[in-house]
Write a protein that binds this ligand. Structure first.
Ligand code: GDP
Length: 452
């Protein structure tokens, strides 16, 4: 579709802003750019020019900065124009309407990046990395996406594909030229090579375990009885007034969720409604919600009011809490009546805090960081992290390679092993390129935003 149409879209979010960026990419760009900005020749590529945007009726829509990118020097691999206009959605809309009147088509989600892939400006894993980069919500996720964009995953795939191609060629040589003067069939070398390839695939598949924490973030639920200080703790962690703090039990009726970057992780903190026996109908509905949310959390902070009796939490909730996934925050230690709670769920580690005056908060955060690091393994600097699509393809490749390995082990005919190895090669190749169906591309690029 990129060959036929010149596409256009707003690359910045819709709404008022200092500047809005309209992108145009395709064969019409050189001509319409000259018409719009009244130029007699093409501007120097990659250089910003100030000009009046004139629509087809010769009305100036805005004074804008525009930059031209030649076919071979653009993101998409097609001639591209970027128009930085004033950030009023009306202006951007008028410009987009005019571009359509001039023959451009609104871009579909991810179409600029898809065009870049189809024009071989990047491999498929790099195209996916563009999206990862835009959506990354923590420093770790950002670092991994940047590595992918630089081609880190492609490099890893190449180190698997190249020996696999050599191996296929070796086995197929015996099939294609059985009568020729090839050395006697000895499969020891191929078997060794295949083991090495399978090891590399295994290591790469392993990295998928980091993917969820990086892409979805980590869910932390703050649990406890009403009035224990859960909302106060959320506010203290966020450093702002987000949750309503009140001394009336049952004021957080549902749950409040906030995202922060914590220790390089994208952390979603959920302040749940207090859990206790009884309460009003609305409060009970809130509690049920909270318990559901708690079920899907990765980590818990159980807040207890040390001036009260230990809370009576549902047994199934207590059973979920382990030293690895929960920290107790013994709250309100600033008060005279504060007691020690070492006997309460003794299996769990605890920190003594005052959410109100901030005492012990640093220790709680340090404890939280330590626990999260132990619970959610994070990749080191050099690791590439495969996504689910990559994992499925690698696992399919792995399955065929294991089949091939079995044929080789039996010293059976090279043909059978070669067929499996070929299929594996195709699967693995689909990670970075050569995708056989449009639907797969549609699926990958549909999660992109328009204008990317
Ligand atoms: P939640 O129902 O568990 O969310 O509890 P809140 O955060 O709304 O707090 C209930 C009451 O306890 C409020 O009046 C808070 O000001 C008070 N509170 C919370 N944490 C502390 C603390 O560390 N010390 C003292 N003295 N009061 C606190």
């Amino acid at each position: 579709m990129s060959e036929k149409h010149t596409i256009t879209a707003l690359a910045t979010p819709v709404g008022e802003s200092a500047v809005a960026l309209v992108r145009v990419s395709g064969a019409l760009v050189p001509q319409i750019m000259q018409e719009i900005f009244g130029r007699k020749s093409l501007p120097k590529p990659r250089q910003a020019y100030l000009g009046n945007y004139r629509n087809l009726e010769n009305v100036v829509l805005d004074q804008a900065l525009y930059t031209y990118f030649e076919k071979d020097g653009s993101f998409t691999g097609d001639s591209t124009l970027e128009i930085a206009c004033h950030g009023n959605p009306l202006i951007a809309k008028k410009i987009l309407d005019d571009l359509q009147a001039r023959g451009c088509r609104p871009a579909e989600p991810g179409e600029f990046t898809r065009t870049a892939f189809l024009n071989q400006r990047m491999d498929l894993s790099q195209a996916e990395a563009v999206m990862e980069l835009i959506q990354a919500k923590s420093e770790k996720a950002l670092a991994v996406a940047q590595r992918h964009l630089r081609g880190g995953l492609g490099e890893n795939i190449r180190t698997i594909k190249e020996p696999l191609i050599r191996l296929c060629a070796h086995l197929e040589a015996y099939i294609d030229f059985p009568e020729e003067d090839l050395p006697e069939e000895n499969q020891e070398g191929p078997k060794r090579e295949l083991r090495k390839i399978l090891n590399s695939i295994g290591r790469l598949i392993e990295t998928n375990r980091y993917h969820e924490a990086l892409s979805q973030g980590v869910r932390l639920a703050i649990l406890g009885a009403p009035n224990a200080g859960k909302s106060s703790l959320l506010n203290a962690i966020l450093n702002k007034e987000r949750a309503i703090v009140s001394d009336t039990p049952g004021t957080t009726r549902d749950f409040i969720a906030e995202r922060i970057t914590f220790g390089g992780l994208d952390l979603e903190i959920i302040d749940t409604a207090g859990i206790r026996d009884g309460g009003s109908e609305i409060e009970r509905i809130g509690m049920e919600h909270s318990l559901k949310v708690a079920e899907n959390a990765d980590f818990y902070i159980l807040v207890i009011d040390t001036t009260e009796n230990p809370p009576d939490l549902p047994k199934n909730l207590i059973e979920k809490l382990t030293p690895a996934n929960c920290l107790i925050a013994e709250n309100k230690i600033d008060l005279q009546e504060s007691k020690n709670f070492t006997e309460y769920i003794p299996k769990l580690s605890r920190k003594r805090i005052s959410a109100l005056c901030g005492k012990g908060l640093d220790e709680l955060k340090a404890g939280l960081q330590e626990k999260l690091e132990a619970l959610i393994e994070l990749p080191d600097e050099e690791t590439v992290v495969i996504n689910t699509r990559h994992r499925i393809l690698l696992e399919e490749g792995q399955k065929h390679l294991i089949e091939g390995q079995k044929h080789l082990a039996k010293d059976g005919p090279a043909e059978l092993a070669a067929i499996d190895l070929r299929v594996a090669l195709e699967k693995i190749s689909s990670i970075t390129g050569t995708v056989d169906t449009e639907e797969v591309l549609d699926e990958i690029f549909s999660s992109f935003c328009i204008g990317k």
